[in-house]
Write a protein that binds this ligand. Structure first.
Ligand SMILES: [Zn+2]
Length: 123
């Protein structure tokens, strides 16, 4: 497997919330808690660092997809401020919470493909 295709495989498996090693087992035991051991292949996926990358990617994506619609709605209909808050705050909250695990999966899959572990990141 070439380095480039391995990155594609890792990112695809991570976006599918699957173990990057085998692509079968679930990556998360709970909402954002990476499983200590893959239920299928037994790999420890907690060795891959994520740190601030998943929230950063989530904010970047949600912001770039949602903010233009907010501005459009504000210009097109000129709704009251409470309407803007009532519509966008829950929507942004839900979209952010739904997107976050996928971004964390993407980062774990990328770290798996590139061989970055918590130990190698410290050196
Ligand atoms: Zn696995």
């Amino acid at each position: 497997m070439t380095e480039k295709s391995k990155i594609g495989v890792g990112v695809r498996r991570g976006l599918g919330l699957r173990c990057p090693h085998c692509g079968e087992g679930r990556l998360f035991g709970r909402y954002l808690k990476v499983s200590d051991q893959c239920e299928v292949c037994g790999a420890d996926n907690t060795i891959y660092p994520c740190d601030d990358a998943p929230p950063y990617l989530t904010l970047f994506m949600v912001g770039h997809f949602i903010i233009p619609f907010m501005f459009w709605m504000d210009k097109a209909w000129e709704p009251a401020l409470w309407v803007m808050f009532a519509v966008w705050l829950p929507l942004i909250t839900v979209i952010t919470l739904v997107t976050l695990p996928y971004m964390k999966g993407l980062v774990v899959g990328f770290a798996w493909a590139t061989g970055v572990t918590r130990d190698s990141a410290r050196q």
